[in-house]
Design a protein. Structure first.
Length: 213
């Protein structure tokens, strides 16, 4: 398999964590989304949504959309499982994953922030206010879900799930953008626990071949 990824893309990071947890080998292909490599014809042929990640299977099939890729990995390589069998617990895991993947990521993505700045002429200061507002809203929901249903030390017990795969990259990016994490003790406890695990470490931005300071 080949993974088209950018080192600090949170959607790529989700997939890297799942690949590492499942022990799957892949060739890493860096796509520098800071300089527009995702907008080349070659990359759009891989992913019409003009972004990363893209997982290329050994038969050449191109899989896009991180949550769809995670679903493929879960179906194809079910052990270790990242989604519990129990329907209620499975929904709890997906609730947290979806707050991050649906409610938070899209509005704070590079292209959304770029549109605010370059088309709507929003200042860097206001762009940061926007970013931090949506992080605060989203992580407040995640914190509440963990408070109500979380078990620890991962989001939902002693094994990582898709919730952890989504939480860690989101927290890493939020810290990078200077968001205060003080109101999210459950989120931060899970984050710190995950950071100590080998699979999560393997997927960290600074360990990727395309990492740049
Ligand atoms: N919903 C998509 C989002 C993919 C996405 O937007 N990825 C970001 C990086 S985290 C990207 O490539 N952004 C490029 C851009 O905004 O131009 C997914 O989950 O895969």
């Amino acid at each position: 398999m080949q993974l088209y990824s950018f080192f600090n893309s949170s959607t790529s990071y989700r997939v890297r964590i799942a690949l590492a947890i499942k022990g799957l080998a892949y060739d890493y292909q860096g796509v520098n989304i800071r300089i527009g490599d995702q907008l080349t014809e070659e990359h759009i042929a891989r992913n019409p949504s003009k972004g990363v990640p893209v997982l290329i299977l050994d038969d050449g099939q191109r899989l896009t959309q991180s949550m769809a890729i995670l679903d493929y990995l879960e179906r194809t390589y079910p052990t270790p499982a990242l989604l519990p069998d129990d329907p209620q617990l499975r929904t709890r895991v997906l609730e947290v994953a979806n707050v991050i993947a649906c409610d938070m990521h899209a509005i704070n993505n590079l292209r959304s922030l770029g549109y605010l700045k370059n088309v709507l002429d929003i200042s860097d200061k206001d762009k940061k206010v926007w970013y931090q507002h949506w992080v605060n809203q989203g992580l407040t929901a995640v914190e509440t879900l963990l408070e109500r249903h979380g078990v620890g030390p991962f989001c939902f017990g002693d094994q990582p799930t898709l919730a952890d795969c989504c939480l860690v990259p989101q927290v890493a990016n939020s810290i990078r953008f200077g968001c205060s994490m003080s109101g999210f003790p459950n989120v931060m406890a899970v984050y710190k626990h995950c950071q100590q695990q080998a699979a999560f470490q393997e997927a960290e931005p600074q360990r990727q071949p395309d990492f740049i300071e």
